[in-house]
Design a protein around this ligand. Structure first.
Ligand code: HEC
Length: 408
């Protein structure tokens, strides 16, 4: 990848994290400051560091992520840097999740990924019971067999591809969005062969969430470019269209039983549908101006559920009537609901703003919540997915783990 497109993806990453920039940030004095300034200054402003707050263990993971994407730090300086970061930029106080008892029983299994700082972003539950994931900062896809705990890694050919979302086709090939690289990739697991489909517009940065419809067409959102796209796997042809609302950040996506893609606009208070034939986009405005729907799930009867990250709300949207119902998430307005799925008649999602992260179950029939604290802490569960036998897989980005939640 060229330096300039890497810069663009960094700018995009900075924009989507909405990190305030102070221009020249001066880091506080102390042992390790020099090392941090040398190792951490090149790609982004030091304010990115000054605005963050992590435990020593989580800073270690962040530094490993940076090493994976090319930061230069001699081995013998790693501990000095981590100690400095943890001392001066400790974890910020976070609300605690609400512990709510309920009727469901679950067991968590969590596996550490082989490359530290992988930042497992999205999981994919395959038909055969294995779990795939994207290692966004390790330029990798991972394949976990939960019966043995064995994980196989596949590395993208292009450096700094930033694998983000992923999905399998009917033949078991894994398609992923290369978030930093600006392409769609296809991995054939049998041979390890990788095919890259570049997005036809250089402005189409930040491909995000991919999903197949019933006809085998691949749909995807392109977050910071404010676009959605479609790829025909038979020809490789890609078509992109812009979202009507500027800077709407097309994000999570689902497809209805009728083959209509819906996505949420994380930069606006809107959900939107795409006409599969014309690609015309129709937007639905949520009741509160401050809503920022981030991820989205769908029931077999086409009711859409979304996590409102900004307001701490679980939302229900009925596409047939346009009716929206909002439920305050148990962890409160700052609980940052994120990854979401629907399984065994209930909505499941994670609150990423509380420490530890929670797994939340919402029963639409009784309108009751139940919560669990995620054993590893979760480290921001950016996406989750139902398995074919009615369990849940999660990618735990900040703690470098993949989880399987077995429902009794
Ligand atoms: C080679 C380029 C590069 C260097 C050098 C670099 N970073 Fe980064 N950093 C990135 C990229 C790319 C991201 C954006 C990841 C994303 O959020 O998509 C990032 C994001 C971050 C974030 C936000 C991550 C989060 O999840 O909130 C922090 C904090 C950070 N870097 C700290 C550091 C520290 C500490 C160093 C020095 C050890 C460093 N960076 C050096 C490329 C770099």
């Amino acid at each position: 990848m060229s330096v300039s497109s890497f810069r663009w993806s960094l700018i995009a990453a900075l924009l989507c994290a909405a990190a305030p920039t102070f221009g020249e940030t001066k880091l506080p004095d102390g042992p390790g400051r020099q090392e941090v300034e040398t190792a951490c200054g090149g790609c982004h402003e030091l304010s990115r560091i000054a605005n963050a707050g992590y435990s020593a263990q989580d800073w270690r993971t962040v530094v490993h992520m940076m090493l994976n994407v090319g930061a230069k730090l001699p081995d013998n300086e790693l501990s000095t840097v981590v100690d400095y970061l943890a001392a001066h930029f400790p974890e910020k106080p976070r609300p605690q999740g609400a512990a709510i008892q309920g009727p469901a029983q679950v067991t968590f299994s969590e596996w550490a990924v082989p490359t530290p700082g992988s930042r497992p972003h999205d999981p994919f539950a395959a038909l055969d019971g294995t779990i795939w994931y994207t290692g966004q900062m390790a330029n990798a896809l991972g394949h976990l067999d939960p019966t043995t705990g064995r994980i196989t890694e596949y590395h993208a050919d292009r450096p700094m591809s930033g694998p983000h979302g992923l999905v399998a086709d009917r033949d078991g090939n894994i398609w992923f969005t290369a978030n930093f690289g600006g392409y769609i990739g296809k991995l054939e697991p049998g041979t390890g062969k990788l095919t890259e489909y570049d997005l036809p517009d250089p402005a189409a940065r930040d491909p995000h969430t991919p999903l197949f419809d019933q006809n085998g067409t691949l749909w995807f959102t392109v977050q910071s470019a404010n676009m959605v796209g479609r790829l025909d796997p038979k020809t490789g042809a890609i078509k992109l269209v812009a979202s009507p609302t500027p800077k709407s950040n097309p994000y999570g996506m689902v497809i209805t039983s009728q083959g209509v893609p819906y996505f949420c606009e994380f930069g606006a208070n809107k959900l939107a549908s795409i006409d599969p034939a014309t690609m015309a986009i129709h937007e639905f405005v949520l009741p509160q101006a401050g809503s920022r729907p981030r991820r989205i799930a769908i029931t077999p009867d086409d009711i859409i559920w979304y996590t409102d990250y900004a307001l701490g709300i679980l939302g229900r949207f009925d596409p047939k009537t346009g009716k929206v119902t909002e439920y305050p998430s148990p962890g409160g307005p700052r609980s940052q609901p994120y990854g979401i799925t629907f399984v065994r008649g209930a909505v499941w999602y994670s609150e990423s703003g509380v420490r530890p992260n929670t797994l939340v179950r919402f029963d639409p029939a009784s309108e009751k919540f139940q919560t669990w604290l995620i054993p590893s802490g979760g480290g921001v569960v950016r996406n989750m997915m139902a398995t074919h036998d009615g369990n849940i897989v999660m990618a735990e980005s900040g703690v470098d783990r993949i989880a399987l939640v077995a429902l009794k």
